[in-house]
Design a protein around this ligand. Structure first.
Ligand code: TXA
Ligand code: MG
Length: 357
């Protein structure tokens, strides 16, 4: 189907109050008309997400040839945000459209079901061309969380969305190929006085923001008033197969431990950094059959790009457990370290029991 036909169909689906799964440059979103409460409620039902977890409203970007970008952005944001601080305008001019979500004080018009009853609203203008086309033709805001079941791994392709919502086979999925970044947007809170606060790390790091705009970002990920960022639940992005993180490059030690614990005979996936010196002669003798080694680049951008696909693929391969290296220190790795730690904490067949923590 051509892109323009897909877009017109998606727009009719949104207008009649149904859901559209849409590609973005981060992960796929499960979208509804943000001004239609009935439609927004369908997102919570389909995802199985608690009603007090707020959604991001996706907005279109001004035309690229616009001469008055700042005024155009203000016009786009004004139906949603009550107050737009100077720092937000600078951030928008540097990073929108793109993988950055900003939390503003909300305008009166924003529905409670979008904000989870809070006084703030999260807004983002995605850079994926199909998402921008959809927003432009639709002409309104699209509320969309990631298009996965609550607590599970976010989708980075149309087939991931299909796999999660197979029982709801009438869900309209706009296929925009594989996502460019592969993990969710960076979230900054600009709703209070003072420096923007980082609520969720993503591909855009505080250091990049500082370098490009001079704006200092403070860490807001550990404050007790941000439990409504569902990605901040200790268990999230989680596979059904138990996922363990081992220290840095100590995969041999991990393997020895499996041997000592008598677990070598179980089907296991061990993920290693590509540059590890891998010498099969050093391995315990009977490991070959049951253990699969997967090599990943030690490059945070490429690692993020393939992370959710890898977790989904491994989860479907009937391993007894999966071992992955803890990413290196440093801000570039904060987002993937954060996702991996939550995925590990929430992993395993009874993962839903961790969800409320
Ligand atoms: O990259 C992304 O951000 C993707 C794509 C689809 O845009 N969306 C996404 O949505 O990750 P979701 O719902 O899975 O995560 C959005 C996060 C949630 O943790 C939510 O709690 C937080 O944004 N959030 C939304 N509104 C907020 C608000 N008013 N204050 C604080 N956090 C908010
Ligand atoms: Mg999500």
């Amino acid at each position: 189907m051509s892109d323009s036909l897909q877009i017109s169909q998606a727009v009719s689906v949104l207008r009649r109050g149904d859901l559209v799964a849409m590609p973005t440059e981060t992960v796929y979103g499960l979208g509804a008309d943000a001004s239609n409460a009935k439609a927004v409620k369908k997102i919570y039902q389909l995802k199985g997400r608690p009603a007090n977890h707020p959604l991001i409203v996706h907005v279109q970007a001004p035309p690229t040839d616009s001469k008055q970008k700042e005024e155009d952005w203000l016009a786009i944001l004004s139906p949603w945000a009550r107050h737009i601080p100077e720092s937000a305008i600078v951030l928008i001019q540097h990073f929108w459209p793109g993988p950055l979500t900003l939390v503003f004080q909300k305008s009166k018009l924003v529905l409670d079901c979008v904000t989870g009853g809070q006084e703030t609203v999260a807004l983002r203008s995605p850079s994926h061309p199909l998402a921008q086309n959809l927003l432009r033709v639709f002409g309104g805001g699209i509320a969309a969380p990631s298009a996965n079941r609550f607590g599970r791994i976010s989708p980075t392709s149309a087939s991931h969305v299909r796999a999660d919502f197979i029982v709801n086979s009438d869900l309209f999925i706009l296929d925009g190929g594989d996502c460019q970044f592969g993990i969710e947007s960076t979230i900054l809170d600009v709703s209070t006085e003072g420096a923007p606060r980082l609520l969720r790390p993503g591909t855009i790091t505080p250091q990049q923001i500082k370098e490009r705009t001079g704006i200092d970002i403070v860490n807001g990920t550990n404050t007790s008033d941000s439990p409504r960022v569902s990605g901040s639940l200790k268990a999230h992005y989680a596979p059904h197969t138990p996922l363990h993180l081992y220290k840095g490059n100590q995969w041999m030690a991990q393997l020895k431990k499996l041997e000592q614990d008598g677990l070598l005979a179980k089907r296991t996936a061990i993920v290693l950094w590509e540059m590890e010196k891998f010498n099969p002669a050093l391995l315990p003798h009977d490991t070959a059959k049951q253990i699969d080694y997967i090599f990943l680049p030690q490059d945070s951008y490429r690692f993020a790009q393939g992370l959710y696909r890898l977790l989904r693929d491994l989860d479907q391969s009937n391993y007894r457990s999966i071992y992955m290296p803890t990413p290196p220190d440093g801000e570039d790795w904060d987002a993937v370290r954060d996702r991996l730690q939550r995925a590990s904490f929430g992993s395993g067949p009874s993962s839903s029991s961790h969800m409320s923590s």
